[in-house]
Design a protein around this ligand. Structure first.
Ligand SMILES: *Cc1c(COP(=O)(O)O)cnc(C)c1O
Length: 227
Protein backbone atom coordinates (compact mmCIF):
# COMPACT_ATOMS: atom_id res chain seq x y z
CA UNK A 1 0.00 0.00 0.00
CA UNK A 2 1.26 3.52 -0.75
CA UNK A 3 2.14 5.86 2.08
CA UNK A 4 -0.80 8.06 1.20
CA UNK A 5 -3.24 5.14 1.17
CA UNK A 6 -1.84 4.19 4.56
CA UNK A 7 -2.26 7.71 5.90
CA UNK A 8 -5.79 7.90 4.56
CA UNK A 9 -6.69 4.68 6.29
CA UNK A 10 -5.32 6.01 9.54
CA UNK A 11 -7.30 9.23 9.24
CA UNK A 12 -10.48 7.32 8.36
CA UNK A 13 -9.88 5.16 11.41
CA UNK A 14 -9.50 8.22 13.62
CA UNK A 15 -12.73 9.66 12.25
CA UNK A 16 -14.58 6.41 12.87
CA UNK A 17 -13.25 6.10 16.41
CA UNK A 18 -14.02 9.72 17.26
CA UNK A 19 -17.54 9.31 15.91
CA UNK A 20 -18.23 6.13 17.85
CA UNK A 21 -16.71 7.66 20.96
CA UNK A 22 -19.46 10.25 21.02
CA UNK A 23 -22.29 8.08 19.75
CA UNK A 24 -22.27 9.37 16.18
CA UNK A 25 -22.43 7.43 12.92
CA UNK A 26 -19.02 7.63 11.18
CA UNK A 27 -20.88 7.81 7.85
CA UNK A 28 -22.15 11.25 8.86
CA UNK A 29 -18.65 12.73 8.73
CA UNK A 30 -17.04 13.48 5.38
CA UNK A 31 -13.31 13.68 4.87
CA UNK A 32 -11.98 16.49 2.71
CA UNK A 33 -8.37 15.84 1.64
CA UNK A 34 -6.56 19.19 1.70
CA UNK A 35 -4.05 18.94 -1.14
CA UNK A 36 -2.75 22.53 -1.30
CA UNK A 37 0.89 22.76 -2.44
CA UNK A 38 0.97 19.00 -3.14
CA UNK A 39 1.68 17.60 -6.63
CA UNK A 40 -0.90 15.91 -8.85
CA UNK A 41 0.78 12.52 -8.38
CA UNK A 42 -0.11 12.60 -4.69
CA UNK A 43 -3.72 13.48 -5.40
CA UNK A 44 -3.85 10.58 -7.84
CA UNK A 45 -2.62 8.24 -5.14
CA UNK A 46 -5.30 9.45 -2.78
CA UNK A 47 -7.90 9.00 -5.51
CA UNK A 48 -6.70 5.42 -6.10
CA UNK A 49 -7.24 4.87 -2.39
CA UNK A 50 -10.84 5.95 -2.73
CA UNK A 51 -10.67 9.63 -1.80
CA UNK A 52 -13.01 11.79 -3.91
CA UNK A 53 -13.22 15.23 -2.23
CA UNK A 54 -10.17 17.49 -2.40
CA UNK A 55 -9.60 20.96 -0.94
CA UNK A 56 -7.38 23.64 -2.45
CA UNK A 57 -6.48 27.10 -1.14
CA UNK A 58 -4.64 28.76 -3.99
CA UNK A 59 -6.49 29.19 -7.26
CA UNK A 60 -3.45 29.40 -9.54
CA UNK A 61 -2.06 26.24 -7.96
CA UNK A 62 -5.40 24.45 -8.13
CA UNK A 63 -6.45 25.09 -11.75
CA UNK A 64 -3.69 23.00 -13.38
CA UNK A 65 -4.41 20.14 -10.96
CA UNK A 66 -8.10 20.29 -11.77
CA UNK A 67 -7.27 20.19 -15.48
CA UNK A 68 -4.81 17.31 -15.04
CA UNK A 69 -7.40 15.25 -13.16
CA UNK A 70 -10.34 16.14 -15.37
CA UNK A 71 -11.05 12.50 -16.18
CA UNK A 72 -11.57 11.56 -12.52
CA UNK A 73 -14.75 11.96 -10.55
CA UNK A 74 -13.39 14.49 -8.08
CA UNK A 75 -15.37 16.97 -6.03
CA UNK A 76 -13.26 20.13 -5.71
CA UNK A 77 -13.60 22.39 -2.67
CA UNK A 78 -12.16 25.91 -2.60
CA UNK A 79 -11.07 26.51 1.00
CA UNK A 80 -8.82 29.58 0.58
CA UNK A 81 -9.54 33.26 0.96
CA UNK A 82 -11.93 34.53 -1.70
CA UNK A 83 -10.94 37.59 -3.72
CA UNK A 84 -13.29 39.44 -6.05
CA UNK A 85 -11.05 38.99 -9.08
CA UNK A 86 -11.02 35.20 -8.52
CA UNK A 87 -14.72 34.54 -8.17
CA UNK A 88 -15.36 33.75 -11.85
CA UNK A 89 -12.84 30.92 -11.90
CA UNK A 90 -13.90 29.64 -8.50
CA UNK A 91 -17.52 29.55 -9.69
CA UNK A 92 -16.54 27.69 -12.86
CA UNK A 93 -14.22 25.04 -11.43
CA UNK A 94 -15.31 24.14 -7.91
CA UNK A 95 -18.28 22.32 -6.39
CA UNK A 96 -17.89 23.89 -2.94
CA UNK A 97 -16.59 27.08 -1.35
CA UNK A 98 -15.85 27.12 2.39
CA UNK A 99 -14.61 30.63 3.12
CA UNK A 100 -17.55 32.80 2.15
CA UNK A 101 -17.72 35.84 4.43
CA UNK A 102 -19.25 38.71 2.48
CA UNK A 103 -22.31 39.35 0.40
CA UNK A 104 -20.34 40.94 -2.42
CA UNK A 105 -18.46 37.71 -3.07
CA UNK A 106 -21.62 35.66 -2.72
CA UNK A 107 -23.41 37.77 -5.33
CA UNK A 108 -20.53 37.49 -7.76
CA UNK A 109 -20.23 33.72 -7.30
CA UNK A 110 -23.96 33.33 -7.81
CA UNK A 111 -24.01 35.43 -10.97
CA UNK A 112 -20.90 33.79 -12.37
CA UNK A 113 -21.89 30.21 -11.64
CA UNK A 114 -22.26 28.59 -15.07
CA UNK A 115 -25.88 27.70 -15.83
CA UNK A 116 -24.75 24.23 -16.88
CA UNK A 117 -23.61 23.41 -13.33
CA UNK A 118 -25.71 22.84 -10.21
CA UNK A 119 -25.64 25.67 -7.65
CA UNK A 120 -22.29 26.16 -5.91
CA UNK A 121 -22.32 24.64 -2.41
CA UNK A 122 -21.23 27.21 0.18
CA UNK A 123 -20.21 27.40 3.78
CA UNK A 124 -20.07 30.76 5.51
CA UNK A 125 -16.85 31.19 7.47
CA UNK A 126 -17.35 32.52 10.97
CA UNK A 127 -14.56 34.32 12.77
CA UNK A 128 -14.55 33.11 16.36
CA UNK A 129 -12.14 34.24 19.05
CA UNK A 130 -8.59 33.03 18.78
CA UNK A 131 -8.47 32.78 15.01
CA UNK A 132 -5.22 33.31 13.22
CA UNK A 133 -6.65 34.34 9.90
CA UNK A 134 -8.62 37.51 9.40
CA UNK A 135 -11.18 35.67 7.34
CA UNK A 136 -14.72 35.08 8.48
CA UNK A 137 -17.74 37.11 9.46
CA UNK A 138 -18.49 38.02 13.08
CA UNK A 139 -21.05 35.76 14.68
CA UNK A 140 -23.46 38.65 15.33
CA UNK A 141 -23.65 39.39 11.60
CA UNK A 142 -24.09 35.76 10.57
CA UNK A 143 -27.91 35.49 10.53
CA UNK A 144 -28.31 38.37 8.08
CA UNK A 145 -25.61 37.12 5.70
CA UNK A 146 -26.96 33.58 5.90
CA UNK A 147 -30.44 34.73 4.85
CA UNK A 148 -28.99 36.77 1.98
CA UNK A 149 -26.78 33.94 0.73
CA UNK A 150 -29.61 31.41 1.02
CA UNK A 151 -31.67 33.56 -1.36
CA UNK A 152 -29.10 33.60 -4.19
CA UNK A 153 -30.04 31.31 -7.08
CA UNK A 154 -26.51 30.28 -8.09
CA UNK A 155 -25.55 29.22 -4.58
CA UNK A 156 -26.70 26.57 -2.18
CA UNK A 157 -25.95 27.45 1.41
CA UNK A 158 -24.87 24.21 3.06
CA UNK A 159 -23.30 25.23 6.32
CA UNK A 160 -20.75 27.00 8.44
CA UNK A 161 -16.98 26.82 8.57
CA UNK A 162 -14.42 27.95 11.10
CA UNK A 163 -10.65 27.92 11.18
CA UNK A 164 -9.26 28.36 14.69
CA UNK A 165 -5.61 29.26 15.11
CA UNK A 166 -3.94 25.83 14.90
CA UNK A 167 -1.42 26.98 17.50
CA UNK A 168 -4.07 27.86 20.08
CA UNK A 169 -4.77 25.52 23.00
CA UNK A 170 -7.12 22.64 22.15
CA UNK A 171 -9.59 23.89 24.75
CA UNK A 172 -9.95 27.15 22.81
CA UNK A 173 -10.49 25.21 19.61
CA UNK A 174 -13.09 23.06 21.29
CA UNK A 175 -14.88 26.21 22.45
CA UNK A 176 -14.84 27.61 18.90
CA UNK A 177 -16.24 24.37 17.48
CA UNK A 178 -19.00 24.29 20.08
CA UNK A 179 -19.84 27.90 19.32
CA UNK A 180 -20.11 27.12 15.60
CA UNK A 181 -22.44 24.20 16.34
CA UNK A 182 -24.55 26.53 18.49
CA UNK A 183 -24.75 29.06 15.66
CA UNK A 184 -26.01 26.39 13.31
CA UNK A 185 -28.64 25.36 15.86
CA UNK A 186 -29.84 28.93 16.28
CA UNK A 187 -30.13 29.41 12.51
CA UNK A 188 -32.19 26.21 12.41
CA UNK A 189 -34.53 27.64 15.06
CA UNK A 190 -35.01 30.66 12.80
CA UNK A 191 -36.01 28.35 9.96
CA UNK A 192 -32.68 28.06 8.14
CA UNK A 193 -31.48 24.45 8.32
CA UNK A 194 -27.93 23.73 7.22
CA UNK A 195 -26.50 20.24 6.89
CA UNK A 196 -22.77 21.01 7.11
CA UNK A 197 -20.36 21.98 9.88
CA UNK A 198 -16.93 22.28 8.25
CA UNK A 199 -14.48 22.19 11.14
CA UNK A 200 -11.51 20.17 12.33
CA UNK A 201 -8.09 19.58 10.75
CA UNK A 202 -5.22 17.13 11.21
CA UNK A 203 -4.53 18.08 14.79
CA UNK A 204 -8.01 18.59 16.14
CA UNK A 205 -10.41 16.47 14.11
CA UNK A 206 -11.44 14.41 17.17
CA UNK A 207 -12.60 17.40 19.16
CA UNK A 208 -14.33 18.85 16.10
CA UNK A 209 -16.25 15.59 15.63
CA UNK A 210 -17.21 15.55 19.30
CA UNK A 211 -18.58 19.07 18.81
CA UNK A 212 -20.62 18.02 15.76
CA UNK A 213 -18.40 18.40 12.67
CA UNK A 214 -19.90 16.84 9.52
CA UNK A 215 -16.86 17.56 7.34
CA UNK A 216 -13.23 17.60 8.47
CA UNK A 217 -10.50 19.18 6.35
CA UNK A 218 -7.27 17.19 6.65
CA UNK A 219 -4.01 17.98 4.86
CA UNK A 220 -0.84 17.20 6.80
CA UNK A 221 -1.92 13.82 8.15
CA UNK A 222 -2.72 12.60 4.61
CA UNK A 223 -0.08 14.22 2.42
CA UNK A 224 2.66 15.06 4.92
CA UNK A 225 3.94 18.41 6.18
CA UNK A 226 3.98 21.39 3.83
CA UNK A 227 7.07 23.54 3.23
C1 LIG B 1 -4.44 23.96 5.18
C2 LIG B 1 -5.85 23.93 5.65
C3 LIG B 1 -6.40 22.79 6.27
C4 LIG B 1 -5.60 21.52 6.56
O1 LIG B 1 -4.77 21.71 7.64
P1 LIG B 1 -3.84 20.49 8.20
O2 LIG B 1 -3.44 20.97 9.53
O3 LIG B 1 -2.70 20.36 7.25
O4 LIG B 1 -4.69 19.27 8.27
C5 LIG B 1 -7.74 22.82 6.60
N1 LIG B 1 -8.50 23.90 6.37
C6 LIG B 1 -8.02 25.01 5.79
C7 LIG B 1 -8.92 26.16 5.55
C8 LIG B 1 -6.68 25.06 5.43
O5 LIG B 1 -6.21 26.19 4.88
Amino acid sequence: MSAIADNLNRVRQRIAEAARGCGRDPADIRLLAVSKTKPVAMLREAWEAGQRAFGENYLQDALPKIAALEDRDIEWHYIGRIQSNKTREIAAHFAWVHGLDRLKHARRLSEQRPATLPPLNCCIQVNLSGEASKGGIEATRLPELARQVAALPGLRLRGLMTLPDPASPLDDQRAAFETLAGLRASLAREGLSLDTLSMGMSRDLEIAIAAGATLVRVGTDIFGARD
